[in-house]
Design a protein around this ligand. Sequence first.
Ligand code: NOJ
Length: 732
Amino acid sequence: MLPRTFALVLLLTAPLSAQLSQDIERRITGLIARMTLEEKLGQMSQSTAMQIPISASIKEEIRRGRWGSFLNAGGPADRAEAQRIAMEESRLHIPLVFGRDVIHGFRTVFPIPLGEAASWDPDLIGQATRTAAREATSEGIHWAFAPMLDIARDPRWGRISEGASEDPWLAAAIGTAVVHGFQGNSLAAPDSMAACAKHFAGYGAAEAGRDYNSTWIPESLLREVYLPPFLAAKEAGVASFMTAFNALNGVPSTGNAFLLRKILRDEWKFDGVVVSDYTAIEELIQHGFAADSADAARKALNAGVGMEMVSTDWFDHLPRLLRDGQVDMKTIDEAVRTILRLKFRLGLFDHRPQPVGEAQITAEAKETAKRLAAESIVLLKNGNGLLPLSRSISRVAVIGPLADSAMDQMGAWAMDGRPADVQSSLAALQQKLGPDHVLYVPALKNSRDTDHAGFAAAEDAARRADVVLLFLGEEQILSGEARSRAFLGLPGAQAELVQAVAKAGKPMVGIVFAGRPLTFHDTAAALGSVLYAWHPGTMGGPAIADLLFGDSVPSGKLPITFPRTVGQIPLYYAHLNTGRPPSLTDLGIPLGNPVNPTGYTSKYLDVDFTPEYPFGFGLSYADFAISNLRLSTSRLLPGQRLTVTADIENRSKIAADEVAQFYIHQRTATVSRPVRELRGFQRVHLGPGEKKTVTFSLTPSGLLLEGGPVDVWVAPDSATGVSARLLIDPRR
Ligand code: NOJ
């Protein structure tokens, strides 16, 4: 139920906003009636062609209404000038909308999206996104091409780094927070910008993890796993959608009327902009879906795309296609309407403030970035309680190619971040301990370096230190778009470096930077503790230094399953049971060591069937216990709500956060259900010895549950937890 005051505000503002949107629609109708075909097609065209400084020919094209939008183009002054020309010198004074890949921060760079997801803290992610919106809008950007909501279960795919997990529930919660973060309470506020749910849809299922590859997703899986985060974004009011590059079940998303018309417009009633991905309309030819550019133009328009990014098939071919009756003006007008609607909603017609100059990085932004980085880092291993380190340690050896690399700390898609703003791990440790207490040896030039020349110096530094901190992983250019990998081990000679340094016999902590789950079983075994830091952004260094020395406590949880080896992929927690589930007694087979091939169960001969680290997993310096699971009823009737509560106790002397996760499993159904499905989570702060109660709820109808037994868990990860069973009453 809505709180009363909020309901009252809604009651009073509803007629006002209905009036406002009627007004907008009237103005759009008036404009469309006055537009030439070229002006309409101009609105439907988005270009990168605006350079710094903006050229005379582009100025002239803007004056003529050739472009409705630019992406990743120009600097603040160019954007201001382009907007002035559009609004003062073009025939109909229609403003431009400037889009940009504001993916995980703008000038202040936050952890890569997969890292943000590891915080399981939508509120903080929303706050970070608001910061990014403030910075980006101050430079005249109105439209962010984020959140990327592609569920991905294959870490070979480089864009897994840009997504919000393998799980639709977690991704939906984060997607909602990001949409609210960008769009604020009103899109027209000077520090709000339009968000874009991308890539619609199924892109994350690229076959074999190879970017842009085809996806084959049955409709039931599409609707249950791949679409829910997009629907959540739509419900949160997201202003735009972007199509995907890939073909879904043989039909490229950019020409896919089932996705763009049936689901998005007819079922979900989305009335915003649908922009193609970069040259994706022209790529319909390569897909073997369109014969030529004209055919591509026709198919994309008729399928429901509303704006063409970068390729110019529409501008070049729609006039003739219109004359020939292969497309109609109504479809073009519909597309133009969505674009003008976005521009009105953004307040662009009402002269949004122009950019004043370069975005500044504030102390508050840095603080948010540091907090989010700290919450996103996952403690995977902590042998003998090696961490946190004592401040009385007199010397640490900082070794590895990623200890002092600003670019790699920022991660992929950080084009507005500046290396000079980045506080590296090395710098933060030197500041925390004093430079004399830190021995630094990069040992390798970068993560792919295979040269052992620096190993002796690294080993020597390790011998002279009390503790060794190894900064390992993959560089930022190894993840992101078109950055698929077939092998997921530590690149270059990093594994050998760890073995060499181990000879010094000192305690070793690994800090792993990566855009995806890596497989590093043997290296992890050699390390005492492992912190998985993703690419943690501008303030990653201080966040890591604080975690290492106990000035903050790890609380990140994996938003993705870590396989033991590439051969297990795809591996995800919400899998079906099979008719021959393997038994847990099959555990403990050493990696790569074949077992006696007995037992006809669903497992591997040469590796455990279980993951290296399960979804939801993450350790703490504190010691939490979840107990006392209670259900409001053991028999749930139709229309009833189930409430599940459990106690979480901090049995340590360290104040820390735990993320309680709520899972369900419907044991019997007309279509088999996953062994576990996330249906809620809560980040809880607990002081030393403190105990709190967490509450989750469930309604059978909302979750498509059929009658029958259902298991529920409140858990610290997807593999353990306390559970109970209830019965969903089949009477309906
Ligand atoms: C291609 C990417 O797939 C998309 O995510 C991005 O927003 C556009 N390029 C624009 O840079």
